[in-house]
Design a protein around this ligand. Structure first.
Ligand code: FMN
Length: 211
């Protein structure tokens, strides 16, 4: 077996300690996210979303975080997609951010709920016209014969919606209401920092995990 050791890196830039974290994990997320926007500018809001299907099959994919606050973390998608079907059967999900240039990872676990329709409409209305049309044209996660059929469907939508594109009823947001965070800071010799926040009786309690 060949090991991929050519790319081995030691993580030496930063450290994370209990004395310098916010008591509120959303504020801590906010601090790291702003650093990521500055130092890891290619899609810092890209996050892995993991779901588990009705027959206990796990899967994950990248989605874009579009908003966050103390209510939770919001992304948008097709409500008929595989991920949405998984969430309907099992709303417990996990999110992971990885910002290589900061040697940081954040893991979030929580419960996904459909966002209010007004939020989905408001966000949909900010999308460029072609992205709005693509939401209509794509039966996300369904099998399609070929690219030509997809383009045909897109052209049909272009002709159908000549003035403005309404949000499809099957498209919208999910808000992930968090119950656990882990902030991971890479350190030298694989001896990393891991600080966890868990919600216990409405309070966030923190502890450190071995790397
Ligand atoms: C950088 C990046 C951003 C993406 N953002 C989204 C998104 O915000 N919403 C979405 O539904 N899919 C997004 N996708 C596509 C998903 O990864 C995935 O292919 C799609 O949602 C279908 O997943 P599913 O079949 O598991 O439901 C993105 C992919 C990448 C690589």
């Amino acid at each position: 077996m060949k090991f991929l050791n050519e790319s081995r890196k030691d993580y030496l830039q930063f450290q994370l300690d209990e004395g310098h974290i916010d008591a509120d994990p959303i504020n801590q997320f906010d601090a790291w996210y702003h650093q990521a926007c500055e130092h890891s500018p290619f899609e810092p809001n890209a996050m892995q979303l993991s779901t588990v299907s009705v027959d206990n099959h796990p899967s994950n994919r990248v989605v874009l975080l579009k908003s966050y606050n103390h209510d939770g973390f919001v992304f948008f998608t097709n409500y008929n997609s595989q991920k949405a079907r998984d969430i309907a059967a099992n709303p417990t999900v996990a999110l992971t951010f990885f910002w290589p240039s900061l040697e940081q990872q954040i893991r979030i676990e929580g419960r996904a709920e459909k966002a209010p329709e007004s939020v989905s409409v408001a966000y949909f209305n900010t999308r460029p016209r072609d992205a709005q049309l693509s939401a209509w044209a794509s039966d996300q996660s369904a099998v399609v014969n070929n690219r030509v059929d997809l383009e045909k469907r897109m052209n049909e939508m272009r002709e159908k919606f000549t003035h403005g594109v309404p949000k499809p009823e099957w498209w919208g947001g999910f808000i992930v209401v968090p119950c656990r965070f882990e902030f991971w800071q890479g350190r030298g010799n694989r001896f990393h920092d891991r600080l966890v926040y868990e919600l216990k009786n409405d309070d966030w309690v923190t502890h450190r995990l071995c790397p």
